[in-house]
Ligand binder design. Structure first.
Ligand SMILES: NC(=O)c1ccc[n+]([C@@H]2O[C@H](COP(=O)([O-])OP(=O)(O)OC[C@H]3O[C@@H](n4cnc5c(N)ncnc54)[C@H](OP(=O)(O)O)[C@@H]3O)[C@@H](O)[C@H]2O)c1
Length: 269
């Protein structure tokens, strides 16, 4: 038996798969022996990906405003799966529809955990808008002075690995943050300090943020993301938890350590 890691080539899944002895990486484009074809947009891939699997790391379809029906049909084919660990988000409230409906589906599996990480530190290094802002010298958000408990995806992967492999199922929600809550201006100051290149934060209105994101994303999804910025402005993400320490036995990584490590890896790449 093995663990299907959906999104196993992505930000958290790519860090999780090497931590598992038996990972099967779900991807739309299999390239290696431990890869299996899996596509949320093609349900004919579900049965093959689930064959011989007893655990699943579940990343819902990215960008889907209403993912519950397809996740429900996937779980209906996964009745032999004993344990499912869902990647949700601390920013997503429990709702009857939308991505907030997914935790209830996963809690119906015999063994489960719902991961609710705060915003990823990797948003400042990958393809996300804040990373483009870092490169341009100006990070634009609608978050004002609101703080976020930014978390390293490696710490999320470490918690996920324990939730998938611990003999006792966790059967709980894990709110996962880094060790401190920082405003985007504070993050910009750390990056400036570490790189010697000035990076600033500029906060705009929620409406302007929606327009900016809609240049790259469907408008409905852009509005959803800008609304999350507005929540941050109101203090929704201004907290830290001890989940990483409690579950893995080691402390969560700070943004300064994360970014210093990122710079050293990219300068030697
Ligand atoms: N970014 C944050 O700050 C943050 C915070 C909290 C929670 N989250 C949650 O994290 C998740 C995504 O994080 P991310 O933006 O860093 O993305 P990511 O995990 O890097 O997502 C890309 C992954 O999704 C896979 N994928 C894309 N479309 C797929 C499809 N149709 N079927 C199957 N797999 C597909 C890709 O696999 P292939 O290309 O190999 O097929 C790749 O492995 C979201 O659910 C989000 O809600 C993010």
């Amino acid at each position: 038996m093995s663990t299907l890691v959906i999104g196993g080539t992505g930000t958290t899944g790519g860090l999780l798969a090497p931590l598992l002895p038996d990972a099967r990486v779900g991807t739309r484009k299999p390239r290696q022996d431990d890869h299996v074809r899996f596509d949320w947009d093609d349900p004919s891939t579900f049965d093959g990906a689930l064959d011989g699997v007893d655990r699943v790391y579940l990343i819902p379809p990215i960008g889907a405003v209403e993912p519950a029906p397809v996740v429900e049909s996937f779980l209906a084919r996964a009745r032999h799966v004993r344990r499912v660990v869902l990647l949700s988000s601390s920013a997503v409230p429990e709702t009857a529809t939308g991505i907030g409906a997914l935790p209830a589906l996963v809690r119906a599996v015999p063994e489960w955990a719902v991961l609710r990480p705060s915003w990823f530190m990797q948003n400042f290094t990958g393809d996300h808008p804040p990373a483009a802002g870092v490169r341009a010298g100006e990070i634009v958000t609608a978050t004002g002075d609101g703080r976020v408990g930014f978390v390293d995806a490696a710490d999320i992967a470490a918690v996920a690995a324990r939730a998938l492999t611990d003999p006792e199922p966790h059967n709980t929600d894990h709110v996962i943050t880094g060790p401190e809550a920082l405003g985007y201006a504070e993050v910009a100051a750390i990056i400036t300090d570490l790189t010697g290149r000035v990076v600033r934060h500029r906060s705009v209105s929620t409406a302007e943020m929606t327009d900016r994101l809609a240049a790259e994303l469907p408008r409905e999804y852009a509005a959803l993301l800008a609304g999350l910025d507005e929540d941050i402005r109101g203090g929704a993400e201004d907290r830290v938890t001890t989940t990483v320490q409690d579950v893995t036995g080691r402390p969560a990584r700070s943004f300064r350590d994360f970014y210093r490590d990122f710079l050293s890896r990219t300068s030697t790449a």
